[in-house]
Design a binder for this molecule. Structure first.
Ligand SMILES: CCCCCc1ccc(-c2ccc(S(=O)(=O)CCO)cc2)cc1[C@H]1C[C@H]1c1ccccn1
Length: 200
């Protein structure tokens, strides 16, 4: 896994844009996005999650979430309200190749859930998960198995922590949490899919 971060501050708060690139054998981009987008799986892999509610089902590929995350000392507890959209993208570079898949999570507002009215500070985020499946067909024309596929995952995020928290604390948290989060999530997808038919 390669991680790239740019140190940026807004109103004295660290909002460092992050890009992580991780290639995982044995899974497809559709499978990665399916398990990242699906609310029914989130408590399985998102261990910083304390509560998750689907506020709106806009369509089968677009949901509005409200999530409360576990408090990270010494900062106050955070929540986040965002729309989440999953879609397939045509493979412009290889029309015969597997499609790309993406999930975009973007902070939004909701009249019934105004920010910062309870114990939580509202964070604001933009997240893009872009997945490119690679197929290396078996030489002898044998059927395709999970040994012949891999997925290049590009995860980009910008998280504004909402209320003030020391930049040094935020950067230490980001540095610790993001690699754990991405490794845990991808290991979850490998485990969930290993005995299932390949979902392209
Ligand atoms: C003082 C800390 C303030 C910010 C705490 C916080 C809250 C939510 C989030 C977050 C919220 C959503 C997403 S996601 O990609 O849309 C998936 C769906 O859950 C991802 C990360 C991040 C962080 C920052 C810790 C950092 C952190 C990084 C990866 C995991 C956990 N914590």
């Amino acid at each position: 896994m390669r991680m790239y971060r740019r140190e940026e501050e807004v109103d004295g708060m660290a909002v460092d844009p992050l890009k992580a690139v991780h290639t995982v054998p044995g899974i497809t981009g559709h499978e990665v996005c399916h398990y990242f987008f699906g609310p029914q799986y989130r408590y399985d892999w998102e261990t910083t999650l304390e509560q998750m509610t689907v506020l709106e089902t806009v369509s089968d590929d677009t949901l509005v979430f409200l999530q409360t995350h576990k408090r990270i000392w010494p900062a106050s507890q955070r929540d986040v309200l965002f729309w989440s959209h999953m879609r397939k993208l045509p493979n412009e570079n290889d029309r015969d190749g597997p499609d790309l898949w993406t999930v975009v999570n973007n902070s939004t507002t909701h009249l019934d859930y105004p920010p910062n009215v309870g114990k939580c500070v509202r964070i604001y985020l933009k997240v893009c998960l872009l997945c490119q499946t690679r197929v290396d067909p078996p030489k002898d024309g044998a059927p395709l198995t999970r040994d012949n596929i891999s997925c290049k995952i590009t995860y980009c995020s910008v998280v504004n922590p909402g209320g003030w928290a020391p930049a040094s604390v935020l950067r230490a948290v980001y540095k610790r949490e993001y690699p754990k989060f991405l490794k845990r999530f991808t290991a979850y997808v490998v485990n969930q899919t290993k005995n299932k038919p390949i979902m392209f």
